[in-house]
Design a protein around this ligand. Structure first.
Ligand SMILES: [Fe+2]
Length: 282
């Protein structure tokens, strides 16, 4: 393997990997260096990639095992296991921009995907950044009373919460049939690789907190979201052609931005990796 560099992009989240062509085999030492960096920085940006769908799927396995998407539609023609994100999707005549508020992916699953990744196929000439917030740092900064309060709490994550701040595109019959039961997840989870605690929140899918009235639950989630989405916890990724970005759904929330010219095409290949049942605080 040729020499490569890993450079942090902020002091908490995001690191840039330069000098690896992931269409070529990755040796085990490089693989473990990359996985260690990913556990530390939560978002890895691999620059200057040039993938076919098959090469992309193979490269993804450097970090784990592929996890199928909930939606059976929106896949790249000829590749039912490769999903895409596009700004050219409409529902009832209205353009749908997926991921427009902070969330973590597929948290309605009992064992949600540990990772999501995007590879740039086509980018607008400006805008369309993805924002990430560090849920470890956000947790660490909570006061002791709040940490005690939320440690035992569990939330029910459904496909789309009746309190979701945005509408998801619907599921077709096949997708709905394949949907797992809702996830019942701790509000604070322990990361199995870096050992750190993190807030685990997703207003799009969280419909209730066990043992709590809805008003109280919504107020608590709102307070934690206001805290966690402060700019000081953020890495904002400005996409470049050739970027392959992987993020850890156990460590960050993310959101998309619809601030670009919608006549321009924004199209990325999206894959996810299998995760584990979230580990609560001991
Ligand atoms: Fe997402």
């Amino acid at each position: 393997m040729a020499s490569f560099t890993i450079t942090p992009l902020t002091d908490h989240t995001g690191a840039e990997v330069v000098g690896i062509d992931f269409t070529q085999p990755v040796d085990s030492e490089t693989k473990s260096t990359l996985n260690d960096a990913w556990a530390k920085y939560h978002v890895l940006v691999m620059r200057d990639q040039n993938f076919t769908p098959v090469e992309y799927k193979r490269a993804a396995t450097v970090f784990g095992e592929l996890q199928p998407h909930d939606k059976k539609e929106h896949h790249v023609p000829g590749h039912p296991d490769l999903y895409y994100v596009s700004n050219n999707e409409f529902k009832n005549g209205k353009r749908i921009i997926p991921g427009e508020t902070f969330h973590t992916d597929h948290s309605n699953h009992p064992a949600p995907p540990k990772a999501t990744m995007l590879y740039t196929v086509s980018l607008p000439s400006y805008g369309g950044d993805t924002q990430y917030v560090d849920m470890h740092a956000a947790y660490d900064d909570l006061d002791e009373a709040m940490k005690q309060r939320i440690a035992p709490l569990r939330a029910r994550h459904v496909y789309q919460s009746k309190y979701s701040p945005r509408q998801l595109t619907g599921l077709n019959e096949d997708s709905a049939r394949a949907m797992p039961p809702p996830g019942l997840h701790p509000l604070v989870r322990v990361h199995p690789e870096n050992g750190r605690k993190a807030l685990y929140l997703n207003p799009v899918r969280m419909e209730s907190i066990d043992g709590m009235g809805d008003n109280e639950a919504l107020a608590l989630i709102g307070e934690l979201m206001d805290h966690a989405t402060q700019t000081k916890y953020e890495y904002r990724h400005q996409w470049r052609q050739g970027d392959w970005v992987i993020w850890d759904n156990r460590s960050v929330m993310h959101q998309a931005n619809a601030d670009y010219d919608m006549n321009e095409r924004r199209y990325l290949f999206r894959l996810m990796l299998k995760g584990e049942v979230p580990i609560p605080v001991p």
